[in-house]
Design a binder for this molecule. Structure first.
Ligand SMILES: *Cc1c(COP(=O)(O)O)cnc(C)c1O
Length: 351
């Protein structure tokens, strides 16, 4: 089944902007660029030149990283851009809707509101360690106007991985009318292989990965949408030309070099180790009511007096995330696992 069949009709018939031809064999007098680099420009390609409009080398490298084919990958400005493009292409304003499971990453709802799509929230159940309410999630997924179901695994801000069986059931309920988007921004810290290996089985599955978290490239803004080639091709018609800036392409290619693999692996292992130590230390702190189990590089922590805790951490020069007004998270702070020295200061600050 073609997963673009239920995308917006006007997007499916859109012709993409035709950018200047890209053929590095010729000298470029067709794109109105200056012939000189600025002094101090240390990029490989020269910032006086537009970047490659469709970043083939980057997408090929991302495909190798995630063990998929290059035509299954769309590079974007962070996975945030992928979220926005999906909602734009699959949701007709005022008619279609997205399903999400709060508390979760805020961008899904923001992208839906910008597009004028409806939002069907299916709350995670705090009393069940923030597991989803599966029957309610399946009912929301099955609604005729549902076009996207956002599943965040591990979930931000609660930290837990979704069970494979839950994702499978949602994929079954979505068949024929909705895409299931599994946002794996933190999957590297979870020990789970993630879902990209199962794409051939599910043409309406979309996996989001990013270089912002485990690869330490948040400033470069590079993420990957991984999906059926027909989904990728449709989104390619609406992503802005030259989306990935040249310094970002070069930084991402550098970070994904095979020689850097061991660096990233060691850093991920160090964060996972520090997460377990910080969990133990926080659990022992009298200021802490509960530390939720985490498969990511942050901890959701409930405090007896959350405002006092946040103030104490700020006095240590540390800022953590609070969730004013979010139901169920009134006493919670989300704390990123930092360096050993920073983690030590967290514990000292709470003493
Ligand atoms: C941080 C985060 C992202 C955004 O990543 P970018 O690639 O930097 O845009 C996506 N999803 C979740 C759940 C996140 O926490």
């Amino acid at each position: 089944m073609d997963p673009t069949a239920w995308a917006r009709e006007d997007i499916r018939s859109l012709r993409a902007y035709e950018h200047a031809a890209w053929d590095p064999r010729y000298e470029r007098l067709h794109a109105n660029e200056l012939p000189w680099r600025m002094p101090g420009d240390r990029s490989v390609a020269g910032l006086n030149r537009y970047p490659e409009p469709h970043p083939h080398a980057l997408e090929a490298q991302l495909a190798r990283q995630y063990a998929v084919d290059a035509n299954q990958v769309l590079a974007g400005r962070g996975s945030d851009e992928a979220i926005d493009l999906l909602v734009r292409a699959w949701c007709t304003a005022g008619r279609d809707q997205v399903v999400l499971c709060p508390p979760t990453f805020g961008m899904y709802a923001v992208a839906a509101r910008i597009q004028g799509a409806g939002i069907v929230p299916v709350a995670l159940r705090r009393e069940q360690d923030y597991a989803p309410d599966l029957p309610a999630l399946l009912r929301a997924t099955a609604l005729e106007r549902t076009r996207l179901v956002f599943l965040c695994s591990p979930n931000n801000p609660t930290g837990q991985l979704l069970a494979d069986a839950v994702i499978e059931r949602v994929l079954e309920a979505a068949r024929g009318h909705a895409l299931v988007v599994v946002d794996e921004a933190y999957i590297e810290f979870s020990g789970s292989p993630g879902w990209s290996a199962r794409l051939s089985q599910w043409p309406h599955l979309v996996v989001l990965r990013t270089l912002s978290k485990a690869f330490g490239l948040a400033g470069a803004r590079v993420g990957a949408l991984i999906a059926d080639p027909r989904i990728v091709a449709l989104l390619r018609t609406i992503i802005p030309p030259y989306a990935i800036a040249q310094p970002s392409q070069e930084a991402a290619l550098d970070a994904l070099r095979p020689a850097q693999k061991s660096v990233s692996a060691a850093r991920i292992a160090a964060i996972v180790d520090a997460r377990e130590k910080l969990t133990a230390a926080l659990t022992a702190s009298p200021a802490v009511e509960r530390v939720w189990p985490s498969s990511a590089n942050f901890l959701l922590v409930d405090f007896h007096e959350p405002e006092r805790a946040a103030t104490a951490l700020r006095e240590q020069g540390l800022i953590v995330r609070a969730f004013p007004g979010a139901p169920g998270l009134e006493r919670s702070l989300r704390i990123t696992v930092g360096s050993a020295e920073q983690n030590q200061r967290i514990i000292e600050g709470l003493r």
